[in-house]
Ligand binder design. Structure first.
Ligand code: PAF
Length: 285
């Protein structure tokens, strides 16, 4: 596996591969890799492309009171994991390499970036879209892989690519879960054993929501109320949002129609977890 922290060196390596006609696939990450990331890599590898993984904890997407400084990092462990996964090139720039001076140019996807996680974390998606477009310009991939645990992020990036006519195919990859249902996240390491147990309420209530919809419930508000009640009754979690939205554009809906996104953000202690499920509604003829 090749690796570099320098943009100029990376560009040369990519140019060599492009000259040989290779398709380039990018898996952007913030490191502290888990099975969810390894699944993104596996999907990228399956395409036969030259696979580039980037590891960069992007300060621009963290708010002033968020966990940028305590975000877990272990570059050498990550490097061994990506090497074992058969990645072709690891790009791990420093903050100085990515932001040599204070940035004044941003990429911003309106509307989609200010609801749900965007409402709770102002500026977060602007930070994500700015760094992802920098990575797209640096790596110039043909394909880029994003996990659906960050469903809103996936939609925001898909919209950015469409609006800016970037010649990149965005490939979504389903959520990877622990056996007991907890969605994998680098932030899970911050949970105490009790909080980790309580956090199971997220996947459990998403499963219940799907059952309620399949049993015929069509009111988005009633479903949200049921989910809020269950989370409050069965955990100490502090709800940030419980939303039932259109899965294509995240618009608010009154009536549940296919496909629908059920999205949750709940804080356990100081750790904010998100989870979601896209539910197809059975059509009765
Ligand atoms: O999903 C993430 O890990 C990050 O938001 C991303 C896409 C790597 C941008 O920093």
């Amino acid at each position: 596996m090749k690796r570099t922290s320098h943009i100029s060196e990376l560009r040369e390596m990519i140019a060599q591969e492009k000259n040989q006609g290779r398709v380039i696939a990018l898996v952007p990450t913030m490191g502290y890799l888990h099975r969810g990331h390894l699944t993104l890599i596996e999907r990228a590898k399956q395409t036969g492309a030259f696979v580039v993984v980037s590891i960069f904890v992007n300060p621009l997407q963290f708010g002033p009171n968020e966990d940028y400084s305590r975000y877990p990092r272990d570059l050498e462990r990550d490097a061994s994991l990506v090497e074992e996964s058969g990645v072709d090139l690891l790009f791990h720039p420093t903050t100085e390499e990515m932001y040599p001076r204070p940035i004044v140019t941003y990429v911003e996807v309106g509307q989609l970036d200010s609801m749900l996680c965007g409402a709770a974390r102002p500026g977060h998606f602007r930070g994500v879209t700015t760094v992802v477009s920098k990575l797209f310009h640096i790596v110039q991939p043909d394909l880029a892989f994003f996990g659906q645990k960050d469903y809103q992020q996936y939609l925001v990036i898909r919209r950015m690519v469409s609006d800016l006519n970037l010649p990149i195919k965005i490939c979504p990859v389903p959520i990877v879960r622990e056996e007991d249902g907890l969605a994998l996240s680098s932030r899970n390491v911050f949970l105490t054993p009790e909080q980790r147990q309580e956090a199971l309420i997220l996947s459990r209530s998403l499963n219940e929501a799907e059952e309620i919809i399949q049993a015929g419930e069509r009111s988005a508000r009633k479903l949200e109320t049921r989910l809020r009640e269950r989370i409050t009754q069965e955990s100490q979690g502090d709800i940030d949002y419980v939303e039932v939205r259109d899965a294509e554009d995240l618009s608010e809906i009154a009536d549940i129609k296919s496909p629908v996104l059920i999205a949750l953000a709940v804080r356990f202690g100081s750790t904010r977890l998100i989870d979601n499920k896209v539910v197809e509604v059975e059509r009765h003829v």
